[in-house]
Design a protein around this ligand. Structure first.
Ligand SMILES: [Zn+2]
Length: 327
């Protein structure tokens, strides 16, 4: 979590869960969650759950939200679903670092004051009731549910896991075709980058990602078999891509002697006997494989997590509803 926001959260008495990337708790009597964007330090989603009590709030929550982005520099949007306010903060522009946290603080002060003055209450985001609430993190999204709504949601999650498991291996033939087509895009990328004179090994990264995505797209499901097949296809296609590049060079050098492209392609192994060429080719291929491993890692990790049948559900904390409001 971005250090300044984390320090602010601690100062306000919020609980900080660095691994989950969130801070949560009550400020000014109103329960809220600050969610850190995993990629950008100065990007946070703040969620507050609120429902009107006996009296109509003035202005309405929607109107209040609409007015906010013009008042707070780093607040991009604020929306209200009927039970939940979602405010997106983004510290863009120069020198945001010093003004960002004060801006969040000012917004939180204003919205929690609004919450108190209008006697709003913290509520379940699905049904709106105010008791038995807990904060959950499901697939790294934050939800405030009552126990009944949580039970329902977790039932649905179980069902979808079940359905995924029933799909079995998916369509392996389709997957292989998809991986081949994907890897072919990678070959094209490799050859083009080579022609432009850049590090063609970058094509290895493109190749493996396209192969894995291709398998998933046409095979329906990227499981361990799919990952292995896609990686084997990519490893072979990388060698093919390098051979194509060399063939083009040979063809261009010997074209005037009536050498065809196919003959050039066939003569590549003979050229590899030249130590200078061999060294260059080996370094191309090795860097290509390293980048391929880098490219595969993220996709494979994601696929294994999704395919493991385990849904990432975590109960973070029980939340007391607002007792000042009668239901
Ligand atoms: Zn509920």
């Amino acid at each position: 979590m971005y250090k300044k926001v984390k320090n602010y959260a601690i100062e306000k008495g919020l609980a900080v869960d660095d691994k989950a990337g969130i801070a949560y708790g009550k400020i000014n009597g109103c329960f809220l969650v600050i969610h850190q964007d995993p990629a950008t330090p100065g990007r946070h989603t703040i969620q507050l759950w609120m429902k009107q009590g006996a009296a109509e709030p003035y202005p309405s929550v929607v109107d209040f939200d609409n007015q906010c982005p013009s008042k707070f520099k780093y607040l991009q949007t604020a929306s209200y679903s009927g039970t939940k306010v979602i405010a997106e903060f983004w510290g863009n522009g120069l020198k945001w670092g010093s003004a960002y946290v004060p801006c969040i603080d000012a917004f939180l002060k204003e919205i929690t004051d609004y919450f108190r003055t209008n006697q709003l209450s913290t509520c379940c985001e699905t049904c709106g009731i105010g008791s038995g609430l807990s904060l959950y993190q499901i697939e790294s999204a934050d939800h405030l549910f009552c126990s009944a709504c949580y039970a329902q949601t977790s039932d649905q999650i179980q069902k979808s896991i079940h359905e995924k498991a029933k799909q079995g291996n998916g369509n392996v033939i389709g997957g292989i075709i998809g991986a081949l087509l994907g890897a072919l895009l990678g070959v094209i990328a490799w050859v083009l980058i080579y022609q432009l004179g850049y590090i063609s090994a970058l094509g290895g990264l493109v190749m493996v990602i396209c192969a894995l995505k291709g398998y998933e797209l046409l095979g329906g499901r990227l499981n361990i078999l799919g990952i292995i097949l896609s990686c084997v296809i990519s490893v072979v296609m990388l060698l093919f891509a390098e051979q194509v590049c060399l063939s083009i060079e040979i063809y261009q050098a010997f074209r005037e002697y009536d050498v065809t492209f196919f003959e050039a392609f066939q003569s590549v192994p003979a050229f590899l006997d030249e130590p200078e060429i061999r060294t260059a080719v080996i370094s191309d291929v090795v860097i290509g494989y390293v980048l391929m491993a880098v490219g595969a890692w993220g996709t494979v990790r994601q696929a294994l997590k999704a395919g493991s049948g385990k849904q990432d559900v975590k109960k973070l904390t029980p939340v007391a509803g607002n007792s000042t409001t009668l239901r």
